[in-house]
Design a binder for this molecule. Structure first.
Ligand code: MSK
Length: 630
């Protein structure tokens, strides 16, 4: 297997420093420079007390001026801002889910999009009470797509997937009045509540933030994940690599970035064709390398083993290599900076969605109806661009790690079945895992998610915390840019088991898994909700009693706040390394960091000292064990 060595954050930084020299040479602007220009940040904004919801203001609340012109106090202003932030995230994730449902509606036996996991489609159809017997799989796919789309705007009832949660959790949601109804309704009501002259009661606003978040996690995101699996395949264990060294100097390099797999799946299909490889050879390249950034990368790595070039704060680095023929983006987390930056190189910056149109890009609208043709056009543009490289600017850092990925909920269960005989005699459940936790072989689990944020030294929090958890026999499941940080460091290499305590190391050996399990993209945090629910049902514990915690140490986006809300509302204590803009109101701050426990049995903890955050989490897991008497 060879000797294993982690890549350190210092080594990441040295690679970035070398790329920044190229940036300086070509006069490119980078986020490192812009952070300096934007620091210090506005304190009113940072604490959430700036209100610009009407044109009487903007009002900024201070001890001397404790109310806005309309009379709203700090608690009302902070809570309104928190709710609009959440609604932005819920809308974004859910709209991604909606696009997936539309793509499902386009599937056909001879079309660009097919049903790759019919068993999963049938399983969900039965769960939703849809007759499946004797139905053509594509008729069923279209029927399910229509039903799924109705989840966005149905006039009555609540989200269909809520029934997947344990009864106790469903009772809490009903008791607290936070069961999400139609997804668009929860987002729309958020905007209505925060409009001038509507809600200023901070408790009502935060309560609705939980509901809007739940419409994302148990609605839009869950449909995004489930129907992506139906079309593109449910992920199973697969080997890949991570970090900028996955780009290959002699190949045409195409980088996919964003979130929606509909486009990237098609790009991968086309780029893999004999025709395109021949074309690449005709322009002097050896072949085509597709790699990814952010969650589009996670989607295609989970299902195809496509290598991960990097996470959020590395998106400029892929262009700075001078070896990126095209960076193709769909939606979300795309720096507008890629426009001017790509102009300093030969890189084609291609936007494809009307939702994310960016100056300095070439806009090639992509739609599920013409997917194959659109993807071909884009790949051909990248190939043609190979000859325009400026060799003097080419430098790909020699840095990459092996990673084993593809741990969907189904794959985790499959892996557990492999060790069933060692623990308990029950296949197809989470019981082997529960048994490990009960016996103390595993102390618990942490769901690590979220972005990078320049407020935290990039990747340091993700990797440092993961290492601490592994040493303490706490298994890590992860998604999003956190997953990519782990992969770049080497923590998804099975040999990383040697970094674990004796118990976790044994579990990794028996189950043949790495200690950090890649569960997918940001919408795939819904997989984590399903896992937590199944553990609760199998163990008889409430979700809030399981020694499992959520953690987003470097989060930055509205989506992350929406996620935080639904993870907490599902009963999982969640730890953040960056403050949400809520410290300007003692009432809101205390509600988020404590009061929520009375509503949903969990709350947020924020600690910007990452070492301390890790210690608090290890202690919290031990406390949960103690409370369970295990
Ligand atoms: S991509 S939301 S920076 S995790 Fe999902 Fe990464 Fe955060 Fe975007």
């Amino acid at each position: 297997m060879g000797e294993f060595r982690m890549t350190t954050v210092e080594e990441f930084e040295a690679a970035t420093a070398r790329l920044l020299e190229t940036a300086e040479k070509v006069g490119a602007d980078t986020w490192q420079l812009r952070v300096k220009q934007q620091t210090p940040h506005c304190k009113f904004g940072e604490t959430g007390v700036c209100c610009r919801l009407c044109s009487m203001g903007p009002c900024r609340v201070t001890p001397k001026a404790p109310r806005g012109i309309c009379g709203c106090d700090a608690a009302g202003i902070v809570a309104r801002n928190y709710l609009t932030f959440t609604a932005g995230g819920a809308a974004t994730h859910s709209d991604h889910g909606r696009e997936i449902c539309h793509t499902l509606h386009e599937t056909s036996a001879d079309g660009d999009y097919k049903v790759k996991d019919p068993a999963k489609l049938i399983r969900i159809a039965k769960e939703w009470g849809v007759e499946t017997e004797g139905k053509d799989i594509y008729d069923l796919a279209h029927e399910m797509a229509e039903l799924a789309l109705l989840e966005y705007g149905k006039p009555f009832g609540t989200q269909r997937f809520l029934k997947r949660a344990p009864e106790h959790t469903q009772e809490i949601w009903a008791r607290e009045g936070i069961e999400p109804r139609a997804i668009d309704r929860e987002v729309s009501q958020s905007m209505h509540m925060t409009h001038m002259g509507c809600s200023s009661d901070h408790k009502a606003l935060i309560r609705h933030a939980l509901r809007a978040g739940l419409s994302d996690g148990w609605g839009g995101s869950m449909m995004g994940t489930e129907f992506s699996d139906v079309m593109f395949g449910t992920p199973h264990e697969i080997d890949t690599e991570a970090n900028l060294g996955v780009m290959e100097v002699e190949n045409v390099n195409i980088v996919v970035h964003g979130h929606d797999p509909s486009l990237s799946e098609m790009i991968c299909e086309v780029a893999d064709s004999k025709e395109m490889i021949e074309k690449a050879k005709a322009v002097g390249a050896k072949g085509i390398t597709i790699s990814g950034v952010c969650c589009t990368s996670n989607e295609v790595t989970m299902r195809r083993g496509i290598p991960m070039a990097g996470n959020f704060l590395q998106q400029e680095n892929v262009v700075l290599t001078g070896a990126c023929e095209a960076i193709i983006v769909d939606v979300q987390c795309i720096f507008p900076a890629l426009g001017p930056l790509s102009k300093c190189f030969h890189t084609k910056f291609i936007t494809t969605s009307p939702i994310a149109q960016i100056p300095g890009s070439e806009f090639i609208p992509f739609s599920p109806e013409t997917a194959g043709r659109d993807a071909k056009k884009i790949v051909e543009m990248a190939i043609e661009n190979f000859k325009n490289r400026k060799p003097e600017l080419v430098h790909i850092p020699d840095q990459k790690q092996k990673a084993t990925v593809g741990f969907s909920f189904e794959e985790i269960i499959h892996k557990l079945d492999g060790v069933t005989n060692s623990f308990v005699d029950k296949t197809g459940t989470t019981l082997p895992l529960v048994d490990c936790v009960k016996s103390g072989v595993l102390r618990g689990a942490v769901a690590m998610v979220g972005c990078n944020n320049p407020k935290v030294r990039p990747d340091v929090a993700h990797i440092g915390l993961m290492k601490k958890f592994l040493e303490n026999d706490i298994i890590v499941i992860t998604t999003g840019c956190s997953a990519q940080a782990a992969a770049k460091a080497g923590l998804m290499d099975k040999r990383a088991k040697d970094l674990c305590g004796a118990g976790l190391k044994r579990v990794c050996e028996l189950a043949d898994i790495p200690p950090v399990l890649h569960m997918g993209s940001c919408v795939d945090i819904s997989r984590m909700m399903i896992l937590a629910s199944e553990i609760a049902k199998d163990s008889g514990w409430k979700i809030s009693e399981i020694p499992v915690l959520g953690c987003a140490p470097e989060w930055m986006s509205e989506k992350a706040v929406s996620i935080g809300n639904y993870v907490v509302a599902t009963g999982i204590d969640t730890y953040l390394g960056v403050e949400p803009y809520a410290t300007g109101s003692k009432e809101v701050d205390e509600l988020l960091k404590g009061g929520l426990r009375d509503w949903v049995e969990a709350c947020f903890t924020v600690e910007t000292d990452i070492d301390k955050l890790g210690d608090m989490m290890v202690e919290a897991i031990e406390k949960k064990r103690e409370a369970l008497g295990i």
